[in-house]
Write a protein that binds this ligand. Structure first.
Ligand code: HPA
Length: 233
């Protein structure tokens, strides 16, 4: 039984969807899975296991930011034998071609993470997804006719960062499209554990003009993303 998840051995599937918001985990379990059981409520960070078209799948809230997702994915992989992890999150766009409501399938993550600076002294690690999941996600997005882009996300340690504008301007020149706060950690830890990971995100806000997706649209677009993730997992 792990410290933060606290599930019994065997209660978690080897494939897991990872929304940041634990209430989204509950929503996914209630609307997309059947035969569902809740394996954790510790700290309100819900986790459920159920079935999607006969496939056993779990869904675990991660919270926001690298330290939080880092704890949950570590325990999932190291203590429960999870092999495949797909983040279903949101991001803020700063690329003109990545529109509000689009899906970003993250082909890599550039970051300002103090965690990876400590993990790789004097090295800059490339945070990349499992290429087969990446290919399947692209195929599935085309099949579902979901508007999407494939590109790099900037994973930032701080949501409210005095230097956001400079950082965004710099990395946008090098092809980064949007920011989040989790993808770099997911890609790094999964690679280190020999596991398969992908981050897909709906664009919830724009750093270009400050616009945001309404709560209702967020829900519809979230459903499209979850369906895509469940199809490829
Ligand atoms: N910044 C960081 N993470 C995010 C954002 C953002 O603007 N939008 C959604 N997740």
């Amino acid at each position: 039984m792990s410290l933060h998840i606290g599930a019994q051995a065997g209660e978690i599937a080897d494939k897991v969807l990872l929304p940041g918001d634990p209430l989204r985990a509950k929503y996914i379990a209630e609307h997309f899975l059947n035969g569902v059981s809740c394996y954790t409520e510790v700290r309100g960070m819900y986790g459920f296991t159920g079935f999607y078209e006969g496939k056993r799948v779990s869904v675990q809230g991660t919270g926001m930011g690298i330290p939080s997702i880092g704890i949950y994915i570590h325990e999932l992989m190291a203590e429960y034998g999870v092999q495949t992890l797909i983040r279903v999150g949101t991001c803020g766009t700063f690329a003109p071609q990545l529109k509000l409501r689009d899906l970003l399938i993250a082909s890599g993550s550039t970051h300002d993470s103090a965690v990876n600076a400590n993990r790789f002294p004097n090295l800059s690690y490339s945070c990349v997804p499992d290429w087969q999941l990446l290919v399947r996600a692209i195929e599935q997005a085309r099949k579902l006719s979901v508007p999407f882009q494939v590109g790099q996300v900037l994973t930032m340690d701080q949501f409210y960062d005095d230097h956001t504008d400079e950082k965004v301007k710099l990395v946008a020149k090098y092809g980064c499209m949007a920011c989040d706060m989790e993808t770099a950690e997911l890609y790094t830890q999964a690679a280190g554990m020999g596991c398969h990971a992908l981050s897909v995100m709906t664009v919830s806000d724009s750093l270009i003009d400050g616009s945001q997706v309404s709560a209702i649209e967020r829900q519809t677009k979230f459903d499209d993303m979850v369906r895509l993730a469940l199809e490829i997992i």
